[in-house]
Design a protein. Structure first.
Ligand code: AR6
Length: 175
């Protein structure tokens, strides 16, 4: 657990669909109509209500975020964001930064006190994990400057390696 500008930052290893918090973030694609990875897991666990709401949203641009309720999940909301597909010869870090920032902003507007993130873009979209975790932490830290309602941010990592990476990064950042 880390404290930064009154926000608690927590890192856990596990499945984001099981979390009890106000908002969980989905690493979706531009259609918002479902897919594999964490997106597939959220839609499977949350049920068809989420997809029904997603259909009305008209998709989502990379770096932007949209919100639905969370169906059968324990969370209140799912914030659907779209991270960039990694490209070696093109800097897409700002889009990944925006995906985190805009997800925080939208959850905050909905009075969420807690929000949980997966490691956006680091699966199918191929973003290198270390670089992606730096961007994630920077974005969340920057958001704390304008934050109104969020008290806790949880990074949910699916693998032991990812979990360790985030622990190391956060320890270094908070020094
Ligand atoms: N809980 C937490 N993290 C998870 C879970 C889970 N249940 N399942 C996977 N992860 P990815 P992307 C981790 O591929 O790279 C979809 O098809 C996973 O280990 O889900 O942003 C969308 O529709 C990885 O570290 O998302 C898009 O088309 C991280 O979540 C595309 O994939 C992100 O991996 C988005 O790709």
């Amino acid at each position: 657990m880390f404290k930064y500008n009154n926000i608690t930052i927590e890192i856990i290893k596990g499945d984001i669909t099981k979390l009890e918090c106000d908002a969980i973030v989905n690493a979706a694609n531009k259609t918002l109509l479902g897919g594999g990875g964490v997106d597939g897991a959220i839609h499977r666990a949350g049920g068809s209500k989420i997809l029904e709401e997603c259909r009305k949203l008209g998709g989502c641009q990379t770096g932007e975020a949209k919100i639905t309720t969370a169906g059968r999940l324990k969370a209140k909301y799912v914030v659907h964001t779209v991270g960039p597909v990694y490209k070696k010869n093109e800097d897409r870090s700002e889009l990944l930064y925006n995906a985190y920032y805009n997800s925080m902003k939208l959850a905050d507007e909905y009075n969420a006190k807690s929000i949980a993130f997966p490691a956006i873009s680091t699966g199918v979209y191929g973003y290198p994990k270390s670089e992606a975790s730096d961007i994630a932490v920077k974005s969340v830290k920057d958001y704390t400057k304008i934050n109104k309602n969020i008290e806790k941010v949880t990074f949910v990592l699916f693998s032991e390696d990812d979990y360790r990476l985030y622990c190391t990064k956060l320890e270094n950042y908070m020094k």
